[in-house]
Design a protein around this ligand. Structure first.
Ligand code: NAI
Ligand code: MG
Length: 501
């Protein structure tokens, strides 16, 4: 059983009044056409924080019209990259100035740790914006050496109007991971935050306007996936959709693109990432890494190391230390600086995780630690570790998206590679060893988009990441992400001023 914090939020921060609750279209906050609103819930208590405008297809149409107009006739795509970059830098400075309030919004909306929000999430959102601001004036095509008496060059042009459909687990970081490269490329956009976490996205819309981003360039439509989200993925006037979320919805987004205007799609979907710990590992450090890998952000992270493979020579020692350390992990109010794990994002996710835990027990896995909800209210779950897990059990195959680890023993390096790859997903993997040959062999053999050797969650905005297999395609971060929002135009002329035959 994990330790439960008993601090109360009010003793740590003063929660501000919610300022932005309406859709943001063409530079203005407006009600939805239907006038409908929905509740956003605080997962610490299950209580309503605010009612937010519920955007539907008609609202998406207005937002797309504004974005289309801003793309076809407005200044943003026509500004120099340098000028766009200057405005984006200003936007980033405004995020820094409001870091406390933004971190509070993500904590009350998503149950995220306030201290991490203030020191990691929000600053890296601003950092991501600055990274792409710096890239905005370095977008170059190529000159081509042709096989005939022709000369040619390529122009990299913005892809057009982009729809960003984002999830709730990193509301700020996801927003800027998608919006920043699209802005740098010169695109205009409609952003749909997850219905669980609309608050910070609306605040960012306000800051964008203050920074001087022209009206229509960033529009934010809050609302549900089946309505506003589906309207984006099937819209005839959106040129690209960038989606992060579940594999099921990723499939729907692709289908909608295929049956509408064949818009370009990139998908960042689920994962069931392995962390492979070899006999030569420092057991204490490996235990810390394994716990972090599954408990960070309460396991609500697509790259969570939900399958931990430990080599037989250190397995027993590892299990004992892991059980001890998991018990000291503090679950509770995410405003309390001593807390390491807040509530799951909502009741649906909470119920889903608990039902996977029950399934694991029925399938014959053994609970080493945790397995129960905790606290009198809100959606808190104990850090949970299963041992005696077989590769074909549902808990070892499905993405649980919660603080639930499956711990497994292996003998040889080949066995580890084979079992680690035995998943339909391929987002990330971790390796713990000091043996360079082992690290090199395993990292080249795992089919996943990012491999962390002797570290985990070593994200950086300069490092592309995304999925292999059913974890999706297309990369976020790095210059790869910038290229998602660009398209190549080739311009060809004869070298001599003669009619070309
Ligand atoms: P989801 O895939 O339903 O939601 C992600 C986004 O897609 C939200 O903005 C949602 O409104 C939108 N959406 C939903 N239905 C849509 C549709 N028909 N058309 C267009 N957009 C739509 O994910 P959900 O239900 O919140 O979580 C379910 C599971 O998905 C989680 O338990 C987890 O396994 C996985 N997930 C993965 C994430 C990742 O980072 N890869 C993030 C969030 C969830
Ligand atoms: Mg919420």
């Amino acid at each position: 059983m994990a330790v439960q914090s008993n601090g109360s939020s009010e003793s740590f921060v003063k929660i501000p009044e919610i300022k932005f609750k309406k859709l943001f279209i063409n530079g203005e906050f407006v009600d939805s056409i239907s006038g409908k609103t929905f509740e956003t819930i605080d997962p610490r208590t299950g209580e309503v924080i605010a009612r937010i405008a519920e955007g539907d297809k008609e609202d998406v149409d207005l937002a797309v019209k504004a974005a289309r107009d801003a793309f076809d006739h407005g200044p943003w795509p026509r500004l120099s990259g340098y000028a766009r970059g200057r405005i984006m830098m200003k936007f980033a400075d405004l995020i820094d100035e409001n870091v406390q309030e933004l971190a509070i919004l993500d904590t009350i909306d998503a149950g995220k740790l306030f201290d991490s929000g203030k020191t990691v999430d929000i600053p890296s959102a601003a950092g991501t914006l600055r990274y792409y601001a710096g890239a905005a004036d370095k977008i170059h095509g190529e000159t081509l050496k042709m096989s005939r008496e022709l000369q040619a060059y390529t122009l990299l042009e913005p892809i057009g109007v982009v729809g960003h459909i984002i999830p709730w687990n990193f509301p700020s970081l996801m927003f800027f991971m998608k919006v920043s490269p699209a802005l740098a490329a010169g695109c205009t956009m409609v952003v749909k935050p997850a219905e669980q976490t609309p608050l910070s996205a609306l605040y960012y819309a306000h800051l964008a306007k203050l920074a001087g981003i022209p009206d229509g360039v960033i529009n934010v439509i809050t609302g549900f996936g089946h309505a506003a989200g589906a309207a984006i993925s099937s819209h005839m006037d959106i040129d690209k959709v960038s989606f992060t979320g579940s594999t099921e919805v990723g499939r729907l987004v692709m289908q909608a693109a295929a049956t509408s205007n064949l818009k370009s799609v990139s998908l960042e979907l689920g994962g069931k990432s392995p962390l492979i710990i070899f006999n030569d590992a420092d057991v204490d450090k490996a235990v810390d890494l394994a716990l972090l890998g599954i408990l960070y952000n309460k396991g609500e992270i697509c790259v969570a190391s939900s399958r931990v493979f430990v080599q037989e020579g250190i397995y027993d020692k590892f299990v004992n230390k892991l059980a001890d350390k998991a018990k000291t992990w503090v679950v509770g109010d995410p405003f309390d600086p001593s807390v390491r794990q807040g509530p799951q994002v909502d009741k649906k996710q909470f119920d889903k995780i608990l039902s996977y835990i029950e399934h694991g027990k029925r399938e014959g896995a053994t609970l080493l630690t945790g397995g129960k909800p905790c606290g009198e209210k809100g959606y808190f779950i104990e850090p949970t570790v299963f041992v005696d897990v077989m590769d074909n059990m549902v808990i070892a195959k499905d993405e649980i998206f919660g603080p639930v680890m499956s711990l497994m023993k292996f003998k040889t390096i080949n066995e580890a590679i084979e079992r680690a790859n035995g998943t339909r997903y391929g987002l990330a993997a971790g390796i713990v060893t000091n043996d360079l040959n082992v690290a090199n062999t395993v990292s080249r053999s795992i089919r996943a988009g990012v491999i962390w050797i002797n570290c985990y969650f070593a994200f950086d905005r300069d490092c592309p990441y995304g999925g292999y297999k059913m974890s999706g395609f297309g990369r976020d971060f790095g210059l790869d992400a910038l290229h998602k929002y660009l398209q190549t135009k080739s311009v060809v002329t004869p070298i001599y001023n003669s009619p070309w035959l």
